[in-house]
Design a binder for this molecule. Structure first.
Ligand code: SF4
Ligand code: SF4
Length: 318
């Protein structure tokens, strides 16, 4: 696989600084039951990296000693890692909103029969990838049979109240383009998703998040091998909107890896660029380096968060 960081690190992206910390995004490890083409984590069924109970305990102490309001659990497939439930329950006991970045098909993995009920019982919000509402596109990006499993999973979640107005159980879907393009306008796409999924499958959801693919890891390497990397970077740069700089997720989020080291965002974690761009910092040793006003480690991939409507990890910004 081609490395993208050497192509990204000498950057003219504007310098940005942290605001106050609100969200702790925790990567539980790289094991996943899927192996998607655009995965920026290079996750898959052969990955062994996973969070230990000791690191989870350190995170819980951090959670309880700070004002973070949201715990955002990701992976790999976070639900397939041993520390998923301990972190869900610690986060909820600490009064935090807990988000599960769920790939949907995980609900049908062996041993996960009670997972959907568990998530509803603990009032965990779900952010779920569904990169298109058309079967052939989803299967091309995420693997054969994944669309059907995703639809069945959404039905199970709807039946529990997820995505249904007034239930308090949020079900957000995530769109990302199939190739080196920017996502279409989020509101228009959401209307298309709502109409198609409602009419064909009777599925409801809370909101659609349209995210650009960042030119790193598996997606970045594919761009390089197809000779598309330079053009994609030009597209991101020419679509940069300074208005999005205030809302990129690194301003209020800290990303933690499965060993407890901290980064300004999940993308920087995957590029192994520590928070602030200095030496690696462990969650146990956090000091002013991630306080409000601290510098954020930027590189050219950051243009993926500010291009067009902006996308970061929260969907269209502004
Ligand atoms: S489901 Fe998510 S973590 Fe798993 S391979 Fe696909 S993109 Fe990566
Ligand atoms: S990739 Fe996006 S979220 Fe990460 S540091 Fe750059 S602007 Fe912030």
């Amino acid at each position: 696989m081609y490395q993208t960081l050497p192509l990204l690190q000498y950057s003219d992206f504007p310098r940005i600084r942290r605001a106050s910390l609100e969200i702790l995004q925790v990567n539980l490890g790289y094991y996943c039951n899927q192996r998607c083409k655009h995965c920026h984590v290079n996750a898959g069924p052969n990955r062994k990296e996973t969070m230990s109970a000791q690191t989870a305990a350190q995170l819980m102490r951090f959670m309880q000693s700070t004002q973070v309001s949201t715990i955002d659990l990701t992976g790999g497939a976070p639900e397939l890692h041993a520390q998923f439930k301990p972190l869900v329950e610690a986060g909820r006991h600490a009064g935090c909103r807990v988000i599960d970045r769920c790939n949907l098909s995980v609900l049908f993995e062996p041993g996960q029969e009670g997972l959907a009920d568990y998530l509803a019982q603990w009032r965990v919000d779900i952010v779920a990838s569904l990169p298109c509402y058309l079967e052939e596109n989803v299967n091309a990006q995420r693997g054969r049979g994944i669309f059907e499993k995703s639809i069945n999973a959404l039905r199970v979640l709807n039946d529990l109240g997820y995505g249904i107005d007034g239930s308090g159980l949020s079900l957000e879907l995530v769109y990302n383009p199939q190739g080196p393009e920017l996502p279409p306008p989020q509101a228009d796409l959401e209307a298309d998703y709502r109409a198609y999924l409602g009419e064909h499958y009777g599925i409801q959801f809370t909101r659609l998040l349209a995210l650009a693919n960042l030119p790193i890891k598996r997606f970045g390497s594919t761009l390089i091998s197809r000779g598309q990397f330079v053009d994609y970077m030009q597209l991101l740069k020419s679509s940069h909107s300074a208005a999005n700089l205030d809302s990129v997720m690194c301003r209020n989020t800290l990303s933690v890896d499965y060993e407890g080291y901290v980064y300004d965002c999940d993308f920087n974690q995957m590029l192994n660029v520590p928070a602030g761009g200095g030496k690696p910092i462990h969650i146990n040793d956090l000091d002013q380096q991630v306080d409000a006003g601290a510098p954020i480690a930027i590189a050219d991939h950051c243009y993926g968060c500010t291009a067009g409507q902006g996308s970061s990890c929260g969907g269209a910004l502004g």
